[in-house]
Design a protein around this ligand. Structure first.
Ligand code: FAD
Length: 359
């Protein structure tokens, strides 16, 4: 299914327009394609309306899309991460009413959880406040980033804290009174990814929108899937870029580039083996979480390095704005800052090591 050439071609056709955000281009084209191909339901239990399968299938699907277009790969990740939250929730109403809409891409699923993931890692306070009453939850605060916010037709997962210190994960529909989506942010790439800000002012929702009333535990539970699926983004770029470099090797540049190319090819094979190993784990141990963080770092660094090598191999033609290499250079620059950013992952790993030394 992932090898479906026709679908791949459609993602490739739109890649430049989506990265540049040309008028009329938006992430909805990609989401519709993904829904039609049945890829949004990969790894989601059949009992919840998904197609079954493992997380590895999702990672490979995200990689296959990212090989052609990182904007599409990224909105795929956003939508699929949102679907993961609903699938992992105990909330049957969200699973019956909202999940089917997300699987069909009738609404776009956004994940405003960078702040919550940083909070989980002890880096930031939660930016959003929640007040719980008998039947409603009221939300206030500002999120500086969220993607896949289809105008008027999205739901965003956020985390918020009550004054008593309890934290919740809530799905907030675009139609909620008091929720304001900003204009699309002007970005280096991925311009058509519907990325903007969200402000919440006295947003009052019924309890049916609560994904989890124990955010800390819930976020720790979904974090391995969150990070593993992100690996597909870097994997796709690295595979494509290595292939492009290989095709550009000729008598003139071979001697200068071959060792670097060989090294990157071997590294990719080693990292792929780790993806395939971790992609079938159902419950992650602490050691496996650590391995996953290291894998995300290594794949991101490989993707960055590979695109620079592609530039060297292709020469000046790669510097023309419409070239695939030029697009990939702008696409790949997103991966180190995607939460958890490389800085954050490195910091967490250092903290783990320090704790081990004390123990
Ligand atoms: C195109 C795009 C789309 C995005 N989409 C979303 C989205 O859909 N949802 C969402 O929630 N967010 C989204 N973000 C936000 C993004 O994932 C990161 O949160 C953000 O880019 C991280 O940088 P920052 O602005 O917090 O960096 P800064 O706070 O300036 O920090 C700089 C760097 O240091 C790290 N850092 C800061 N403090 C610490 C610390 N104490 N310990 C360790 N590391 C630290 C940061 O992670 C970052 O790498 C998006 C960003 C971009 C560029």
């Amino acid at each position: 299914m992932i090898q479906d050439q026709k679908v791949q071609l459609q993602f490739a056709e739109h890649a430049g327009r989506l990265n540049d955000g040309l008028p009329g281009s938006h992430a909805g084209e990609s989401l519709n394609l993904l829904a039609q191909a049945g890829w949004l339901g990969l790894g989601v239990p059949e009992s919840l309306g998904g197609g079954g399968g493992r997380l590895l299938d999702v990672v490979e699907a995200i990689a296959a899309v990212s090989e052609q277009c990182l904007t599409s790969g990224f909105v795929f990740w956003c939508q699929r991460a949102f679907i993961e939250y609903l699938a992992a929730s105990d909330n049957r109403w969200l699973q019956a009413e909202i999940l089917p809409q997300a699987l069909k891409a009738e609404l776009s699923g956004a994940t405003g959880l960078s702040n919550a993931m940083k909070h989980l890692a002890g880096i930031e306070q939660l930016r959003l406040e929640a007040r719980l009453d008998a039947e409603t939850v009221t939300l206030n605060g500002f999120l500086p980033w969220a993607s896949n916010l289809r105008p008027k037709q999205f739901a965003v997962a956020i985390a918020a804290q009550t004054s008593s210190g309890r934290s919740l994960v809530v799905a907030v529909p675009a139609s909620a009174q008091g929720l304001k989506r900003g204009e699309d942010l002007q970005l280096l790439g991925l311009q058509a990814s519907w990325t903007s800000t969200l402000s919440l002012e006295q947003v009052k929702l019924s309890h049916t929108w609560i994904i989890s009333d124990a955010a800390q535990t819930f976020l720790a539970k979904i974090r391995p899937a969150f990070v593993l699926m992100q690996c597909g983004l870097a994997l796709g770029i690295a595979r494509r870029s290595l292939n492009e470099t290989l095709q550009s090797i000729n008598g003139g540049n071979e001697q200068a580039l071959i060792n670097h190319l060989r090294h990157n090819t071997v590294t990719l094979a080693q990292l792929e083996a780790q993806v395939w190993q971790l992609g079938i784990v159902s419950t992650f141990t602490l050691a496996q979480v650590r391995q996953l963080f290291e894998l995300r770092i290594a794949l991101t660094r490989l993707a960055l390095d590979t695109v620079w090598l592609e530039l060297e191999a292709k020469g000046g033609s790669a510097y023309f704005k419409p070239s695939g290499t030029a697009r990939r250079l702008r696409e790949v620059a997103f991966l180190p800052v995607l939460t958890p950013s490389l800085v954050q992952l490195e910091t967490e790993l250092q903290r783990h090591r320090a704790m081990e030394q004390v123990a």
